[in-house]
Design a protein around this ligand. Structure first.
Ligand code: PLP
Length: 474
């Protein structure tokens, strides 16, 4: 196992009290006991792991020693350090799911500021109002068993109308309602990818999409943001799928210009490559911006997905896929196998919310929080490179030296969890980056900057730089 992989699995290992080696051993103990580090798994050498975690080598040696004395690992001259026991058939040596992904959602550490998962912390009052509005309709339901694998008709219609309002005529039979954008991605990956297929993605991109593709044993291939070089890559790679986040891209915040949208949509159609446009962040423009037309406007075959998680609340778990009706039918069958359909009250409330999404007036508050964080970074961390954006919820920050992984480790020990760039980029080119988000309250953003500044002052990049992930850029 490469040091960087183990450091990702370790998550926020250092966010407790006590000596670092005890905390490290405690976290590794849990991974071993839970089977995430299976018997026989080869652990990184002391020095390499110390580099990846930005700690001294003695910390790793002491942690390994503790685990060895408990019989959890074995250390042999020449064959390295391994989890005790022998690997048995059926044990997955390398769990495919990036633990950062789950860890960032589940953890609620008291004294660590969680700046990993970018999403609204407070649902808007309109959410509770929408639920209040559906109560009478709920109490009047008769003769309806409530299973809707395609989604509730009222919500499918509201979503179709919204696409029509954005210049993409759509009928409800082209809409599949999902449990959030993530289920939309998983279903698409399951339907369109076979093991070993290549998938074109932006580098960097949304890590949850990478996980969904990897779950189907796909090989993601990175292109610059906007899938620049798409035509040549298609000739060379014959991908099964291409994935792009065209509006307020996660993590860079960039917007694909309309001309390039059209070109990409037409190129995908000509090459017969399914093109998935992820519009989950598309409603997050700052004041004065106009939402660019979805790529589906240029080519009926483009598959669009969206969600209410960033514009309303992630806890609602409402997302959707817009695709040609035959694909919608196929996806609905797949979806029925997973969960037979989504929660009906949430969908009824969402039907109101989707129809009134533009009245939520997110833009002004987003801009305030963005400006607040940006100004603080300019004042306290002026050597960090923070590109200008017009919307979204994340800042893609380039560190002037060191690497995002080891800095994220240092930041965690100063009470803030941030996302290092490496997990978002299959080419290995984003190692010097970290992703910050500005959805938190301004007071939390101030505290976050304070902790980042202290961490940056204390940060010493590892002498032997953490080896980058293998470059598979094309
Ligand atoms: C680009 C993108 N797509 C999909 C998702 C997942 O959406 P949801 O939270 O609705 O499952 C996210 C969440 O951060 C995202 O940023």
């Amino acid at each position: 196992m490469r040091p960087i992989e183990l450091s990702e699995r370790l998550g926020r290992w250092s966010s407790g009290r006590g000596p670092l080696y005890v905390l490290l051993a405690a976290r590794m103990r849990r991974l071993i006991d839970d089977g995430e580090l299976p018997p026989g798994a080869l652990l990184p050498p002391d020095r390499a792991l110390a580099g990846a975690l930005a700690v001294g080598r003695t910390t790793v040696v002491a942690a390994y020693e503790l685990l060895r004395s408990e019989g959890r690992i074995v250390r042999r001259q020449g064959s390295g350090t391994r989890v005790a026991g022998t690997s048995s058939a059926g044990v997955v040596e390398d769990a495919p799911v990036d633990p950062i992904f789950l860890d960032s959602l589940e953890a609620r550490d008291g004294d660590v500021l969680l700046a990993i998962c970018a999403a609204p912390g407070d649902p808007p009052p309109q959410l509770a109002e929408a639920y209040a509005r559906i109560l009478p309709a709920l109490s009047e339901i008769r003769g309806d068993i409530g299973y809707y694998p395609y989604g509730h008709p009222a919500l499918r219609e509201a979503i179709a109308n919204r696409y029509a309002g954005h210049g993409v005529p759509t009928t409800p039979d082209q809409i599949l309602v999902t449990n959030g954008g993530q289920q939309a991605l998983s279903l698409l990956a399951h339907a369109l990818i076979s093991p070993g297929d290549q998938v074109l993605v932006e580098a960097p991109t949304y890590p949850g999409a990478l996980e969904a593709f990897r779950e189907e044993a796909a090989v993601p291939r990175g292109l610059p943001v906007g899938l620049d070089g798409f035509e040549a890559a298609v000739r060379e790679r014959r991908p099964a799928l291409a994935y792009v986040v065209p509006t307020y891209q996660n993590p860079t915040g960039s917007v694909l210009p309309v001309l390039l949208r059209e070109r990409l949509a037409r190129a995908a159609a000509a090459a017969d490559v399914p093109l998935v446009e992820d519009e989950v962040p598309a409603d997050l423009g700052f004041p004065g911006t106009t939402r660019p037309v979805p790529m589906a406007a240029f080519n009926e075959a483009v598959i669009s997905l969206g969600s209410l998680s960033k514009s309303v609340w992630g806890g609602l778990r409402i997302g959707w896929i817009r695709s040609p009706a035959p694909l919608t039918n196929r996806l609905a069958r797949l979806r029925a196998v997973h969960d037979l359909g989504g929660n009906v009250p949430a969908q009824l409330a969402a039907a109101h919310l989707v129809a009134e999404l533009d009245d939520l007036d997110l833009a002004a508050e987003l801009q305030v929080r963005h400006d607040h964080l940006r100004n603080l970074l300019a004042e306290h961390l002026p050597t960090w490179h923070v590109p200008t954006i017009q919307g979204g919820q994340t800042l893609w920050v380039k560190l002037p030296h060191g690497d995002g992984n080891s800095f994220a480790q240092t930041a965690m020990r100063h009470g803030i969890a941030i996302l290092p760039g490496s997990g978002l980029d299959v080419t290995g080119n984003s190692d010097p980056y970290v992703r910050l988000h500005f959805r938190a309250h301004p007071t939390d953003l101030t505290e976050a900057t304070h902790r980042l500044t202290t961490a940056w002052t204390a940060y010493h990049p590892p002498a032997d730089r953490v080896p980058p992930r293998p470059a598979i850029a094309i």
